[in-house]
Ligand binder design. Structure first.
Ligand SMILES: [Zn+2]
Length: 257
């Protein structure tokens, strides 16, 4: 028996046993009889102070994965049956060979879940697919509605709606906005409506400006009593970190004002 267990989080071994528990994973059937393994699992304490895991169960290699109700071989057999015959028939075959699976929906879910895990686990998960997640959601909705044919029937990246303003008009808007005479998108919208007879909503105008990469110039508010020279002088003399400012004030060398 291996005396020490290796923490899956920090990788340091430990011999301090926290407790033991029994588990009975289902193994490959023998002559159409179901077989269950009686396994005593030790739970070790992780002694590394910085490790986020306090206890961990001992591992038995790939034959018995933690938290799984079947051995890996039994899971593979079930999966092969599910892939070959589908959910319901696969479950009937599994029961006939002596591999117990619970009846009804639970069984179907078990097989489908196994099937899905195998499909997803066989390929690395893409991290960047280059489309918005809402697009992916839409693809999912089409697929659920009509399967692959429905998904193929949609033409992605079509021409879209025609813009309300011609490219020349859009260029004119961008140039006019760049002069800085508008204070907000509503004012630009009113001007566009007056000039070209096209009325944009506020958010529509916002997205148009975003597309044109221009924005109304909004001046920063300035207090009537503000003294710009004093502000500049204060900026140069002020410490960069407020916390250090407190420390220096305590030690007797304040802002010098
Ligand atoms: Zn650890």
């Amino acid at each position: 028996m291996i005396r020490r267990g290796r923490c899956p989080t920090c990788g340091v071994t430990s011999a301090r046993v926290h407790d033991r528990y029994q588990c009975h994973p289902i193994d490959l059937p023998w002559r159409a009889c179901s077989v269950q393994v009686a396994l005593t699992v030790r739970r070790f304490c992780c002694d590394i102070r910085d490790c986020q895991r306090r206890t961990f169960a001992e591992r038995f290699g790939t034959a018995f994965l933690p938290g799984v109700r079947r051995t890996t071989d039994a899971g593979t057999l079930l999966l092969n049956l599910a892939e070959a015959a589908g959910g319901e028939a696969g479950a009937r075959l599994a029961r006939a060979t002596g591999l117990p699976v619970s009846p009804g929906t639970r069984l179907r879910v078990t097989l489908l879940r196994l099937l899905r895990h195998s499909v997803l686990a066989s390929a690395p998960t893409p991290r960047v697919i280059g489309v918005d997640y809402r697009t992916v959601q839409r693809w999912g909705a089409w697929y659920r509605r009509g399967g692959l044919p429905a998904l193929w029937s949609h033409r992605l990246g079509g021409p879209g709606k025609a813009p309300w303003l011609t490219p020349e008009q859009q260029e004119a808007v961008a140039q006019d906005v760049a002069t800085g005479r508008f204070r907000n998108a509503v004012a630009i919208g009113a001007w566009v409506n007056q000039t070209y007879g096209v009325s944009y909503t506020e958010s529509g105008m916002d997205s148009l400006l975003k597309r044109l990469r221009c924005a109304p110039k909004v001046p920063r508010p300035l207090h009537t009593n503000a003294n710009l020279a004093d502000q500049e002088a204060w900026k140069k003399g002020a410490p960069r970190h407020p916390s250090r400012c407190r420390d220096t004030a305590r030690s007797g060398c304040g802002l010098g004002g």
